[in-house]
Design a protein around this ligand. Structure first.
Ligand code: GTP
Ligand code: MG
Length: 378
């Protein structure tokens, strides 16, 4: 039957036996086959490979970036406080291997150093954007290699950018708006109000409203917790309404009642980091780590990296369709680029040849002139 089909038009050949548009039929299984274990296989594979998560902390010197990271991950990462005398903004990156139950997490924390310390802050966002792009570029280069090793490649692309807002209770600084605007198409930006114990409850409510309206009116797209997955739609929807989270960081433990809790003690009282009546730290930890870490990783790959990749490949002359909107393959792009290059090379060669001929002619004329002068002298 296949031989018969092969002898006809290409549509009749065996490769087309299932005609396009025919769809596929649902057939019942007479017994257990085993592919229902696929989700488990995926989980096992992921757990044995381990996970990676990369956080970028952007915020002025001393706003509590390092303390918040220590508080979030319940550990003490190394790190020296920065001075306020940096000539420019730098980024400091540290990677740690963490283990919780049987799950391994390679965590990279990148922190700005000297952000907001310069008199002229116009270009403060630039090193941050360059850093994010450099991680995208490294991934793209790995992807474009003939021998790709993506499965054990250390992915350094930034999955979440925590933007630390100073607890002024007033409004966002222009540095904040400019930086977040520059970052919003490159990374998932999560603004947080740092050191929120410095601001009263009523001021905080007003401050949150002010920040949100300023972000909207300046067209800054912050990361929204996804509401399309039923399992997390409700909690994520509620949490989106609480943004930006007002956080407090502390690794100091104090005895409250008969429990040791993370807190900050002041002459007038104690503020508890994990008490939801005191701040939004728990909300941030839940949203960032427990509920949406995978979505942040996914958004980084499918939205931000995809945009970088598309722009970069277009810049390099690659395109999916020709001017008549017909598909244009990588091979054709390569051929077109090669022909363009050879054409330019030929043009340059021709120009050089012409120049050479012209120079020879000029030299000949000069020699003839000199010969004539010599003869007349004799
Ligand atoms: P650099 O890395 O030097 O830019 O600073 P940083 O942003 O990492 O700040 P760091 O965590 O070193 O904290 C600076 C100071 O602020 C320390 O004395 C912290 O104890 C204090 N601090 C951190 N978080 C909070 C907070 O939530 N509230 C208050 N009141 N102080 C905090
Ligand atoms: Mg620090």
């Amino acid at each position: 039957m296949e031989a018969e089909a092969n002898s006809g038009s290409p549509e009749d050949s065996w490769a087309f036996i299932q005609r396009p548009g025919e769809g596929c039929r649902t057939v019942p299984l007479a017994g257990h086959v085993g592919f229902d274990s696929l989700p488990d296989q995926l989980v096992n594979q992921s757990v044995s490979q381990g996970f990676c998560f990369n956080i970028l902390c952007v915020g002025e010197t001393g706003l509590g970036k390092s303390t918040l990271m220590d508080t979030l991950f319940n550990t003490k990462f190394e790190g020296e406080p920065a001075t306020h005398t940096q000539p420019g903004v730098q980024l400091q990156s540290n990677t740690y291997d963490l283990q919780e139950s049987n799950v391994g997490l390679k965590l990279t924390i990148v922190s700005t150093v000297g952000f907001g310390d310069q008199i002229n802050k116009e270009d403060s966002y630039r090193p941050i954007v360059e850093f994010i792009d450099a991680q995208f570029e490294a991934y793209l280069q790995e992807e474009l290699k003939i021998r790709r090793l993506l499965h054990n490649y250390h992915d350094s692309r930034i999955h979440a950018c925590l933007y630390f807002i100073a607890p002024t209770g007033h409004s966002l600084k222009s540095l904040d708006l400019v930086t977040m605007k520059k970052l919003d198409s490159k990374v998932n930006v999560i603004p947080i109000i740092a050191k929120s114990d410095a601001i009263s409850k009523s001021e905080l409510t007003k401050f949150k409203i002010k920040i949100t309206s300023e972000l909207v009116s300046n067209g800054v797209q912050i990361y929204q917790f996804p509401t399309d997955d039923e399992a997390v739609a409700e909690i994520n929807g509620t949490m989106n309404a609480h943004l930006p989270f007002a956080v407090i960081g502390s690794t100091e433990e104090l005895k409250i009642g008969n429990k040791m809790v993370k807190a900050r003690q002041y002459p007038w009282g104690t503020v508890q980091v994990e008490n939801e009546a005191h701040c939004d730290f728990v909300k941030l930890r839940e949203m960032l780590i427990r509920v949406n870490m995978e979505d942040l990783r996914e958004q980084t790959h499918s939205r931000h990296y995809e945009l970088y990749r598309r722009c970069k490949l277009e810049e390099m002359g690659f395109k999916d369709t020709d001017p008549d909107s017909k598909p244009f393959s990588l091979q054709e792009t390569y051929e077109a680029k090669r022909n363009e290059f050879l054409g330019e090379l030929q043009k340059k060669e021709e120009e050089m040849r012409q120049m050479f001929v012209q120079r020879v002619k000029e030299k000949e004329a000069e020699l003839k002139e000199a010969e004539k002068e010599n003869k007349s002298c004799l």
